[in-house]
Every structure is written in structure tokens, then in C-alpha cells.
Design a protein around this ligand. Sequence first.
Ligand SMILES: N[C@@H](CCC(=O)N[C@@H](CS)C(=O)NCC(=O)O)C(=O)O
Length: 238
Amino acid sequence: MNDLVVYGTPVSPFVRKVEAVLHTQGVPYDFEMINIMDMPDWFIEISPARRIPVLRDRTVGEEGVADTIADSSAICVYLDRKFDAGLYGKDAFESGRIAWLEEYADTELALPLGMRLFRPILFPRFSGQDSDLETARKTYQEELPRHFDYLEQTLDGNEFFVGDTFSLADIAVGVQMTQLDLVAGTVDDSRWPSLARHTQAMKAHPGFVDNLSACGKMLGRLVPEKVDLNGQKAVRDK
Ligand SMILES: N[C@@H](CCC(=O)N[C@@H](CS)C(=O)NCC(=O)O)C(=O)O
């Protein structure tokens, strides 16, 4: 049994964010699966917002609410301090930039990507239906490009989003962009070359590899081929 327990599912980008910090720091942890469609009462007690992830630190307490932290951003701040990870920049301005990019990724990017692209592709397949490609394509073609433009411009040809080192900003954007990659591939590298390169780097990063491999296994049967969001026809459409 490890000191830390992460509650969630690897397929959540917010859980991926927490796992990326833990793997980057080489911290072992237990993982307990939570089905977001049917959350048990004990989980709702520790997650009043009814969201994953939640972290428990058994060095603080073994059970109940007081030894848990909900929300990926709160958890990442805690882990960064606890393990002195240095993922929030080297000075005040960098910390502010990182917090901004994390917030942007968690809200502005995550909402269309999760609710209007990832879920419409995946969720109908749970019940053997076809993906809602019209919604996913509309989101990809009409809603997301301005966010990709902003991220491309922010990277400005650099390897990392803030300063010259890997930070929580790279993790926060990376977990969303890899969510897209899981079902539809990386963005067009002729239009968003820095962002496409960044996503590829995150896919290979030790913080991401185990989580993405677990996601690949979980999604493999439901989304065996990536969906083409540019064209008129999905690659895997029967
Ligand atoms: N701000 C939260 C967002 C977490 C979140 O939205 N998680 C989703 C899964 S990706 C969730 O738990 N959704 C519950 C539901 O849809 O019922 C965080 O950073 O942890």
C-alpha cells in the first residue's frame, strides 16, 4: 500500500494531470477507479463537486474527508510543494503565467474538447451507437482553431510554454491535447507546428507514458481507429 491514492479514471485529462506530476517525480501511488456515471456515496462525500480526480494522502489520514484534496489544480499545487517538484516556475511572473495557462487549458480548452468533441465521439459507442461526428467536427473545425492559434503563438517555436523548462503549463495543455490525440490524432503540423511538436513530446514524456498506455487499452475496443475530424467521413466509419 502506498501513501498516496488517486481516485478517478486514466481517461480523464484531469486525472492525467495529477498522474503526470506523480510520474514526473517518480512517486508511487495507488489508483482506485471511479465510474463517473455511477459515483458511490463515499466518493461523493470526498468530492462534493462530483468530479474526478481526488487525492488521499494516507500520511495525513486513512479514511474520511479531511485527508483528501479534490480538484486537479489543488492536488498539483499540493504535490509540487510536498515533493519540491519545481513545476510552477522559477520566479513570480513565471508562476503567474503557468497558473494562467493551467486555468486556460482546464476551462477554455477542456470544455469544447471534452464535452463537444471527446464525449460525442466516445460516449455513443458505449451503447453500440455511432459517434456524433457532426458535433465533434463542428467543434474541431469551428471552435478549437482559435485556441490552437493562441497556444501556437504562446509557444512561439519554443519547446516549453513558460521559460526554458518543463512546467505545469506543459502538463495542463499536454493532458488536453493528448485527449484529442487519443480519439482523433495530433493537430495539423503544417498549421500548428509548435503545438503538434509539443503534443508529440508530451506523449513520449515519462509523466504521460503510463497513463496514455492505460487509456489506449481502455479505449482500444471502442475507438480502434482515430476519427478524421477534417474530412467528411470518419476513418473507422463502417
Ligand atoms: N476542475 C476539475 C475538473 C474535473 C472534471 O471535470 N472531471 C470530470 C472528468 S474529466 C468529471 O469528473 N466529470 C464528472 C461528470 O461528468 O459527471 C479538476 O481540475 O479536477
